[in-house]
Write a protein that binds this ligand. Structure first.
Ligand SMILES: [Zn+2]
Length: 473
C-alpha cells in the first residue's frame, strides 16, 4: 500500500479553466480571461515559434514525434504491478476509459496465463472498442494457439535474447529462438492477425544477434519488431543509437518498451520516436513490474510539448484524469503529487514573481495549458513569498475595491502573518475584508492595534454567512 498523504496546500487561487475538486481551500482562482485569451488550435504554430528549444519536427526525416501510436499496457504490464489485481469488471472499466482517451492499442495479459485471463481477453475483444485489442504471449506455439482463438486483433510475442536470459531463463540458443519465432509468426499471420516480435532485455543482448533475428522476422512479414529495455538500463543516447540502427535494418514498424528503474522511461520513449520508432508502450500512472514503464499521462505531456496539435487532435486529453483515477483506485495508490498534468501541484504557481507573470500571460511559466486537459491553474498566495499582484487578483474576485497601495499594504500584512505560519485562503480573505472595511470606515488599518482588533472581530464573527452579513460580497 502507498502511505503517501495528499498534502494539498490550502492557500491557493484558481486562475481559469474548469473547477477542480482537488484544490479548494487556499489557492486563489484568478479569472484571467481578460488578461489571457482562450487558446485555439491555430495558436500552436505561434507557441512553437515562441519556443526555440521545442522539438524540431521537420529536422529529421526519421522522427515520428508527430506520428506515433500508443500501445497501452495497463492491462498487461500493469497487472505485474505489486498492488494490481484486476477483476473482469475493473478490466472492462479500464479498457473503456483507455478507449475513450483514444489509445491506439490495448494490450492484455496472455490468455495462456490463467483460465480467467483467457475469459477476460475474450470479454474485452467483444466490447467493440475503437482501439485494437492485442495480447502479449511467450514465443511458443501453445500460447499462440490459445491467443488466436480469443478474438484479438493482434499478438505481441516476446523472447529473451540476452545472455542472462539464455543462460538462466529459457536456456535456448539463437538458432532455436529464430526458428521458434518464424514458426509462431507464420502461424499467427495465417489466421489474419497482426503480430509483433520483440526481444526481451534488448539492451543487454548482443547487437549482431539482435539485428540478425529482427532481419529474419521482418523478411517473414512480422508487422512490428519490438525493443524492450526490460531492466531499465538504457540511456536516451543508447536508445537513439539502437533504434536508428534497427530502422536501417527492418522495414516494418518498431515498438519500444522501456522500464523506469533509473527514471529514463519517458525520455527513452521520446528519443526512440526521434530515431524512427513508431509505437510506444505505456501504462496508466506507469504501473508495472518493479517501478514500471512510461506513464500514459507523462508520455502524453512530453508529446504535447513537442506537437500540441497532433496530440490534441488524436487524443481526448480531458479523459486522462478519469482513467488515472480509475486505475489509482483499482490499485489503491494516490496520484503522485508531482505527476505531470494531474499531480496536485502540476499547475500551482507560488513565487510572487511567477504569479505576476502568470496573471499577465500563463505561457510565461507554463508549457502545458491546463485547460487543454480540463485542469485549472492555481496561484498560491497565503505564504511569505506571495506578491501583491496575486493578492490584488484575489481582492477583485471578492469584489473588494482596493487601490494598488492598499493591496500592497494588505500583502505586507499577509507576509507578516505567513512568517509565523502559512495562511489559509480564508485567512487571506479575512485580511482583505478587514482592510476593505477599515478603509471604508476611515480607520487607520496600518496601525497594528487597529488591524489586530478588526481582524479578531472578523474572525470571531466568521461563520458560514459572516462575509455576506458584512455586505461585502
Ligand atoms: Zn515490461
Amino acid at each position: 500500500m502507498c502511505d503517501c498523504q495528499d498534502t494539498r496546500p490550502s492557500k491557493m487561487q484558481r486562475i481559469e479553466g474548469e473547477a477542480s475538486d482537488d484544490v479548494k481551500e487556499s489557492h486563489v482562482a484568478v479569472d484571467s480571461s481578460s488578461a489571457v485569451s482562450k487558446p485555439a488550435r491555430s495558436e500552436n504554430a505561434a507557441l512553437q515559434g515562441a519556443q526555440p528549444f521545442s522539438a524540431s519536427r521537420y529536422a529529421d526525416f526519421l522522427s515520428n514525434v508527430s506520428n506515433f501510436k500508443i500501445i497501452e499496457s495497463t492491462l498487461r504490464e500493469g497487472e505485474q504491478f505489486a498492488n494490481a489485481f484486476f477483476d473482469t469488471e475493473t478490466k472492462i472499466k479500464i479498457a473503456k476509459a483507455l478507449d475513450n482517451f483514444g489509445v491506439d492499442c490495448i494490450e492484455l495479459t496472455s490468455p495462456a496465463a490463467s483460465e480467467q485471463s483467457r475469459k477476460d481477453c475474450e470479454a474485452i475483444c467483444k466490447l467493440g472498442l475503437k482501439a485494437k485489442v492485442i495480447t502479449h504471449i511467450r514465443c511458443h506455439m501453445d500460447d499462440a494457439r490459445i491467443a488466436v482463438e480469443t478474438g484479438v486483433d493482434g499478438v505481441d510475442v516476446v523472447m529473451g535474447t540476452s545472455k542472462f536470459l539464455r543462460e538462466y531463463s529459457h536456456g535456448k540458443d539463437m538458432t532455436y529462438i529464430t526458428k521458434a519465432a518464424v514458426e509462431v509468426i507464420n502461424f499467427v499471420k495465417s489466421k489474419g492477425i497482426e503480430i509483433r516480435f520483440s526481444t526481451e532485455d534488448s539492451f543487454r543482448s548482443d547487437l549482431v544477434d539482435l539485428l540478425s533475428i529482427y532481419q529474419v522476422v521482418d523478411k517473414v512479414g512480422v508487422n512490428r519488431v519490438g525493443i524492450a529495455d526490460t531492466v531499465g538500463v538504457a540511456s536516451p543516447r543508447q536508445v537513439y543509437d539502437l533504434v536508428r540502427t534497427l530502422r536501417g535494418v527492418v522495414g516494418c514498424d518498431i515498438e519500444c518498451h522501456f522500464h523506469n528503474d533509473t527514471g529514463c522511461a519517458i525520455a527513452n520513449a521520446y528519443t526512440a520516436l526521434e530515431a524512427g520508432a513508431t509505437h510506444v508502450d505505456t501504462s496508466v500512472l506507469g504501473i508495472g513490474e518493479r517501478n514500471g514503464i512510461p506513464s500514459l499521462g507523462g508520455f502524453i505531456a512530453r508529446m504535447y510539448a513537442a506537437d500540441r496539435e497532433f496530440v490534441m487532435n488524436k487524443y481526448n486529453l480531458k479523459a486522462l484524469r478519469e482513467v488515472e483515477d480509475i486505475v489509482a483506485d483499482a490499485v489503491q495508490v494516490q496520484v503522485p503529487f508531482n505527476n505531470p498534468v494531474t499531480g496536485y501541484c502540476a499547475f500551482t504557481h507560488k513565487a510572487g514573481i511567477h504569479a505576476k507573470a502568470i496573471l499577465a500571460n500563463p505561457s510565461t511559466y507554463e508549457i502545458i495549458k491546463p485547460e487543454d486537459f480540463g485542469m485549472s491553474r492555481y496561484v498560491s498566495i497565503g505564504h511569505r513569498l506571495t506578491g501583491w499582484n496575486a493578492v490584488k487578483s484575489r481582492a477583485q474576485q471578492l469584489g473588494l475595491d482596493l487601490t494598488d497601495e492598499q493591496v500592497k499594504a494588505a500583502t505586507n500584512r499577509i507576509k507578516v502573518m505567513a512568517d509565523i505560519k502559512d495562511q489559509t485562503m480564508e485567512d487571506v480573505d479575512a485580511v482583505l475584508h478587514v482592510f476593505h472595511r477599515a478603509i471604508r470606515n476611515g480607520q487607520d488599518v496600518s496601525r497594528d492595534t487597529v488591524f489586530d482588533k478588526l481582524f479578531d472581530q472578523h474572525v470571531a464573527s466568521r461563520g458560514p454567512s459572516a462575509i455576506t452579513e458584512d455586505g461585502e460580497n
